[in-house]
Design a protein around this ligand. Sequence first.
Ligand code: HEC
Ligand code: HEC
Length: 229
Amino acid sequence: MFGTFRGPMFVFTLAAAVAAVYLASSTDFIDVETYEPSPAVKSTVERCAVCHGAAGRSNDSRVPHLRAQNEDYLINQLRRFAQPGEADPPSPILRDLNAMRARRSRVMEAHAAGLDDGLIHGVARYYTELPCETESRAAASEPPAGLAWCNDCHAPAKVKDFSNVPSLNGQPADYLEAQLLAFKAVLAKAADGREDARFHHFMSRSVSTISDARIREVAEYFSQQACTR
Ligand code: HEC
Ligand code: HEC
C-alpha cells in the first residue's frame, strides 16, 4: 500500500518545496514594515542623494529616479558601474565590439567605485523599498502608434514579474531618451573607447530601427505614466 502513495507524495512534497523557495525569493513577500537599512547603506545613499534625490526622486531631468525600481535591475546596473567585467556573461556581440562593457558612465563609475556586492544588494534593496509618487498626471493613455509592444516588458504588471526589467513610468523623458539613443548608437558605430555607452542584446537591436523623433515620443509617453509598485 505504502509503495503506491510514496511516489506521488514525494513529488508533491518536492513541488511544495520548490514553490516555497520561489515564493520566498519573490519581492511580494518582503515585509516592508520591518525593513531597516544598515548604517553602511544609509551613509552610502546619502552620497547618492546629491544627484538621485533624498527619496530616490531626482530633480535633474538627466538623472534617473531610483525609488521603487526593480531590485535585480538596480543590482545589474550597479555591478556594471562598480565591478566592470564581472556582471555580464560574454556574448558574441560584445566580443565583436572589443569586449565593450554593457554600460559605461563616467559619472556613475566614479560614484559606484568601491561598492562591494553586499553593499550593492543593500543599496538596491533600499531604493526598491522607497515608494513612488502617487499623484495622478495628465498622461497620454496609449503608447505612440506601433510601439505598444514596449509594454510587453515595461508595463507595470510585467515589471512586477520580471525583476531585471526596469520600470520606466514617471522617469524623466530626457533620461529615457538618452538611454534609448545610447542603446541605438552602440550598434551603429564601433563603441569601444567611448566613455558613455550602453548595450543590451534585446534593447539595442529593437531600438536600432526606431527614428530619433519616435524615440523622443516614446520617452515622453513613459515619463507621463504614473509610477506604480
Ligand atoms: C554626480 C551625480 C550622481 C551621483 C552622486 C550618483 N549618481 Fe547614479 N546616476 C547619475 C547619472 C547621470 C546616471 C545616468 C547614467 C547614464 O547616463 O548611463 C545615473 C545612473 C544610476 C543608476 C542606473 C539607473 C537606471 O535606471 O538605469 C543607478 C542604479 C545609480 N545611478 C545608482 C547610484 C548610487 C547607488 C549612487 C551612490 C553610491 C549614485 N548613483 C550616485 C548621477 C549620479
Ligand atoms: C523583451 C522585453 C523588452 C521589451 C519588449 C522592451 N524592453 Fe526596454 N528593457 C528591457 C530590459 C531587460 C532592460 C534592461 C537592460 C539592461 O539591463 O541594461 C530594458 C531597458 C530599457 C530602458 C533603460 C531604462 C533605464 O532606467 O535606464 C529603456 C529606456 C527602455 N528599455 C525602453 C524601451 C522601449 C521604448 C521599448 C519599446 C520600443 C522597450 N524598451 C521594449 C526589456 C524590454
